[in-house]
Design a protein around this ligand. Structure first.
Ligand code: DAH
Length: 338
């Protein structure tokens, strides 16, 4: 008897139905008036006394299991009927064969964030519509100063513009915190430029800022070398060229050794062996004072890089417009875990 109940239990558990009628047949077979269960209960009195307890429990188990299975199958048929062909079985495991991929600019941006967060940089953000103070004046671009023409600006009104760089965020961070400050600010920027293979009116930057006591140009160089090696490979070298930005003094532009020809010279690096990746410098004392930081106590460095430019170098893409066309054949080539 025990074996018979156990066999029935296994049958019920494995029972599958193509049609609702089959569920009803199961019910009749086991729970019906002349069904297995009643028959088994009828012969229960013949079970030896010392086995009654165990067999009784098994019988109960068969009853409960069968009832549960019937409810389960019936409700799944009811759902199918209700939803028609669109029936969604939410208990199915997810399929991973049609996942999208991240945009290459997001991949590179996330990588930059990752590299700097490993050395203690936080992330900060600011608005894309910016006032004159944060985009220009606080950064030491006086009104009517020709340096403002370095960046062709989309003005909204006299006091507001679409930000031309993410340097505006460093002003906001300095105004709202006290040193030590170590932050990077990724974001979209806008310039009134003709669209070409090398320029776009919308692009992305990551700004970096480090303010503390005794921060030196050597710290800046070492930080950027670390970044270049993490981003482009251990063998990468950097080169600093003197430059001018209103908000840093001294200022420099930074090149990395060409990762295509390893510095030997090729078409991409125009046979110089180097490619420009960012601007940087020591934060001008005027900027610190504009933002409420005592320039006699604190020094700091800042840098700003274009995400498109880094992505073009990393993936050897020669037309910036590709990033904005959203051609699925282009986007599908980028897979990442970051
Ligand atoms: N804001 C500059 C630009 O958009 C880039 C830059 C240069 C940012 C030097 C900096 C810096 O923080 O120190 O061209």
């Amino acid at each position: 008897m025990k074996e018979r109940i156990e066999k029935l239990l296994a049958d019920v558990e494995a029972f599958k139905a193509e049609k609702i009628e089959e569920v009803e047949q199961l019910r009749i077979k086991i729970l019906g008036k002349k069904g297995e269960l009643n028959e088994l209960f009828a012969s229960f009195k013949e079970v030896a006394n010392d086995q009654k307890k165990e067999v009784g429990q098994l019988l109960n188990q068969l009853k409960v299991k069968t009832q549960e299975r019937i409810v389960e199958l019936s409700s799944s048929f009811a759902q199918k009927e209700e939803k028609g062909d669109n029936f969604l079985d939410l208990s199915l495991p997810i399929s991973d064969d049609n996942l999208g991929s991240r945009h290459p600019l997001s991949i590179v941006k996330n990588e930059i964030i990752d590299i700097f967060s490993r050395i203690g940089y936080s992330i900060s953000e600011g608005p894309e519509i910016e006032d004159d103070w944060h985009n220009f004046s606080a950064l030491n671009f006086p009104k009517e100063h020709p340096a403002r023409d370095m960046q062709d600006t989309f003005f909204i009104d006299k006091e507001h513009a679409l930000r031309t760089h993410t340097s505006s965020v460093q002003v906001r961070v300095m105004e709202n915190s006290t040193p030590p400050i170590r932050t990077i600010s990724p974001g979209r920027v806008f310039r009134n430029e003709a669209i070409s293979a090398r320029a776009h009116c919308i692009f992305h930057q990551v700004e970096g800022l480090y303010i503390d006591k005794n921060v030196s140009f050597a710290d800046l160089k070492q930080t950027l070398l670390y970044f270049a090696k993490e981003m482009f490979g251990e063998k990468t070298e950097i080169r600093l060229r003197p430059s001018y930005f209103p908000f840093t003094e001294p200022s420099a532009e930074v090149d990395v050794s060409c990762n295509i020809c390893s510095g030997k010279g090729c078409n991409v690096c125009k046979h110089t062996g180097f490619l420009e990746i960012l601007g940087c410098g020591m934060v001008d004392p005027n900027v610190l004072e504009n933002c409420g930081i005592d320039s006699k106590v604190y020094t700091g460095f800042a840098f700003g890089m274009g995400v498109e430019r880094i992505a073009m170098l990393k993936y050897q893409i020669n037309d910036l417009r590709m990033f904005f066309e959203n051609d699925i054949r282009f986007l599908n080539q980028f897979k990442s875990t970051i």
